[in-house]
Design a protein around this ligand. Structure first.
Ligand code: GLY
Length: 353
């Protein structure tokens, strides 16, 4: 079993191995002996893994209760947050008890938010079942729901006490959902690890992912350790995300997050090189890596549409916005521009200007 330790306001382990969902009860009991457990999951994940997780919890001496929410981004809402809080209250969970988020990014984000505000925070364990959740959203403590004005506009920081990643759960992901997660992996490679980047560029073996997952979460763990609350180096994780979130918004959230980030990374890499901000032209290698992972590379929106949408983004601070730009594969840096320059920056990345 691989183990990565995150050292933030809480210190916790991320455990990675095929088959861990069937053993999760024993692993959770080592961190949380004798408590009540509320498992929050979605309908798709529940059918595949709900009983396996609850049986494992029962075998370890827990009496889990379970709430199953509809799948998809629409569940990342204030209304769903309220329903989960009501459920936790009806189950009389106390501060000594535990929320287990079983699923992908939506479940992890909304269940994590609920754990962070119920009784002003009760412990949270993440059981990610998508690649995106495994290498990104289950780690680092960001929780969120969407507001009508935009994605992830309300949220908290709430580090989990344990992340148990069963890499065999990724076997059952539909191809586009698996591909969605690879965008975040390519991002880690672009940020700090050229070798990891080339692993994605060569195409992944879906049944042999533990080393790749461990490397990705180690990179994220290091950034979270340096800057838990996202005021400095953690912002590097936003590579491709300003334009990516704008693409998601322009598409009415029909474009999945990783697909949007893929296109966003291309725009920013192309713009950075065109504007003399990159030492190396990263775009050809990036296009190859995204292609190898079956991700889109061409953005269907124009600079004006994207800039308008991006200005609603929570990464904007007053009249400035910080972008993450590649200098070379494996080395990116933060670059702050006045918001008035965003349209022409994106335009350069679309090849329009
Ligand atoms: N997903 C970006 C972060 O956790 O900071």
């Amino acid at each position: 079993m691989k183990k990565v330790t995150v050292q933030a306001s809480k210190t916790y382990d991320i455990l990675i191995e095929r088959g861990l969902l069937a053993k999760c009860g024993g692993l959770i009991a080592q961190v949380h002996p004798r408590c009540r457990v509320a498992v929050i999951t979605d309908e798709n994940v529940d059918k595949l893994y709900g009983d396996r997780v609850c049986n494992s919890l029962e075998n370890a001496g827990f009496s889990p209760c379970r709430m199953v929410i509809p799948p998809g981004e629409r569940s990342k809402s204030l209304a769903m947050l309220a329903k989960i809080l009501d459920f936790l209250a009806q189950q009389n969970l106390t501060k000594a008890d535990l929320v287990v988020a079983l699923g992908g990014g939506v479940v992890g984000d909304v269940a994590g938010f609920a754990a962070s505000v119920y009784l002003r925070e009760i412990p949270l364990v993440q059981l990610p079942t998508t690649l995106l959740a495994a290498i990104d959203s289950s780690v680092g403590g960001k929780t969120a729901v969407d507001l009508p004005a935009g994605k992830n506009l309300a949220g908290t920081f709430c580090q989990p006490t344990l992340v148990v990643c069963d890499s065999a759960a990724l076997d059952t992901l539909p191809d586009p959902v698996f591909a969605d997660g690879t965008a975040e992996g390519i991002k880690y490679g672009m940020l700090v690890d050229e070798e990891l980047f080339h692993t994605f560029r060569a195409g992944l073996n879906r049944r042999d992912l533990d080393d790749v997952i461990a490397r990705c979460v180690q990179i994220k763990a290091d950034l979270v350790h340096q800057d838990e609350h996202d005021t400095g180096s953690r912002q590097l994780l936003n590579l491709g995300h300003t334009v990516g979130h704008a693409i998601e918004r322009c598409s009415g959230y029909a474009t999945p997050h990783g697909h949007a980030v893929a296109m966003g990374m291309v725009v920013v890499a192309r713009a950075a090189y065109a504007l003399g901000l990159s030492h190396q032209n990263c775009t050809p290698a990036l296009l190859e890596a995204l292609d190898a992972c079956h991700l889109p590379t061409a953005c269907p929106y124009d600079g004006e549409q994207l800039a308008q949408a991006a200005l609603q983004d929570k990464k904007r601070r007053g009249s400035q916005i910080t972008l993450v730009v590649p200098n070379s594969i494996g080395y990116c840096y933060r670059h702050t521009i006045p918001v008035e320059e965003l349209r022409s920056f994106i335009g350069a990345g679309l090849g329009a200007e």
